[in-house]
Design a protein around this ligand. Structure first.
Ligand SMILES: NC(=O)c1ccc[n+]([C@@H]2O[C@H](COP(=O)([O-])OP(=O)(O)OC[C@H]3O[C@@H](n4cnc5c(N)ncnc54)[C@H](O)[C@@H]3O)[C@@H](O)[C@H]2O)c1
Ligand SMILES: [Zn+2]
Length: 352
């Protein structure tokens, strides 16, 4: 078992290890004063782990309510959020009670936003069960739901009181979801940690979950503690994401986030080489690692198509764009460009 203590506007532990669900009731009772818990989960994860979590909370003296919704990004919306709030209200949850998010990033983001806003903030515990949620979304306090006009358009910064990452749950994760998580881990290696890059090149991530998740959480910690509200340094976590988001949008979100990020990292690194920021060798090493994890490397859309997607991304609207550009493994820089220049970056990145 490993523990990373996060020191943000709220202090909390991220506990990583095998068999943690078997001790969940006790650990959650230590961070909350209320004795009612609502388990929020999706219809893939709840049948797998819901009964263990329920038994644990019951034996620790909690009264339990559950809220299980249809899995997938399409559920991360105002409708599900409203239903969750109404369930919390019907069950008379108070500010002292606790929302337990059992699932991937969709569950964590939605449950977290409900916890942040119900009665101006209730207790909140993250139990990430996807690799992406373990290394990324469960730590750092970003919570949100989507609007029809865009992802994560309504949300709040709201840190959990505890993150409990039981690596045993990752055994049931579908292979495609495993690879999506791997893309984010490669991102951490590229922005911060050459040793991590070598470690996941030498041994598959799934054979060393505990250690890799701890390393990634510590990297995320660095960025969150120095820029909790995302006005500066946290931007580095967007490496591969600007082009990645264009790819996702152009595919109508048929291409999952992890694959978009993988393609985006390869493209921005190729462009960085063409523009003299890094070596060809860096491009080749990144390509190799991304292929090793079964992730795509080729841009499936034209520069025009992706440029169009960047224009309709509200985050970019009328602004200078800030690209995270690699210099070497573990070291990136911020390049501020005019929006028009983005076309040359896309073309340098290999887009037709
Ligand atoms: N808050 C943040 O900082 C942050 C960061 C990155 C991503 N996100 C958000 O996270 C979401 C993506 O997260 P995700 O990739 O975990 O998606 P997800 O929650 O949809 O999970 C992916 C799939 O895996 C299934 N699943 C999860 N754990 C499982 C397990 N142990 N066994 C079997 N199936 C399991 C889910 O039911 C789902 O079908 C997006 O909405 C994204 O915006 C948030
Ligand atoms: Zn991401």
């Amino acid at each position: 078992m490993r523990t990373v203590a996060i020191n943000a506007s709220r202090k909390y532990d991220v506990v990583i290890g095998q068999g943690l669900l078997q001790n969940l009731g006790k650990m959650i009772s230590e961070v909350t004063s209320g004795r009612t818990a609502i388990i929020v989960s999706d219809d893939n994860v709840f049948p797998l782990y819901g009964s263990t979590v329920k038994e644990q909370l019951l034996s620790a003296g909690f009264e339990i309510t559950e809220f299980v919704f249809l899995s997938g990004e399409n559920s991360k919306n105002l409708d599900t959020y409203g239903k969750l709030l109404n369930t919390m209200s019907e069950k008379h949850l108070t500010r002292n009670d606790v929302v337990v998010a059992l699932g991937g990033g969709v569950v964590g983001d939605l449950a977290g936003f409900a916890a942040a806003t119900y009665q101006r903030g209730t207790g909140f515990v993250q139990v990430p069960t996807s690799l992406l949620a373990a290394v990324d979304s469960s730590v750092g306090g970003k919570t949100a739901v989507d609007l029809p006009s865009g992802k994560n358009q309504v949300g709040a910064f709201y840190q959990p009181s505890l993150v409990l990452c039981d690596t045993d749950t990752l055994k049931t994760l579908p292979d495609a979801e495993y690879r999506n998580g791997c893309a984010e881990i490669i991102k951490y290696a590229m922005i911060e940690d050459e040793a991590l890059f070598e470690k996941i090149k030498a041994t598959p991530i799934k054979d060393q979950y505990e250690e890799i998740i701890e390393i990634c959480v510590k990297i995320k910690q660095l960025y969150v503690e120095s820029d909790e509200f995302d006005v500066g340094k946290r931007m580095f976590l967007n490496f591969g994401h600007t082009i990645g988001h264009c790819v996702e949008a152009c595919s109508n979100y048929e291409i999952p986030h992890g694959q978009g990020v993988a393609i985006g990292m390869v493209a921005i690194t190729k462009a960085a080489w063409k523009k003299g920021f890094c070596s060809l060798e860096l491009c080749e090493k990144l390509n190799e690692l991304i292929e090793y994890y079964g992730l795509p490397t080729k841009l499936p859309f034209t520069a025009e198509e992706m440029f169009g997607a960047s224009l309709s991304d509200k985050k970019n609207f009328g602004k200078k764009m800030r690209l995270i550009v690699p210099e070497s493994i573990g070291k990136c820089r911020i390049e501020t460009i005019g929006q028009d220049d983005f076309m040359t970056w896309l073309k340098s990145g290999g887009a037709q």
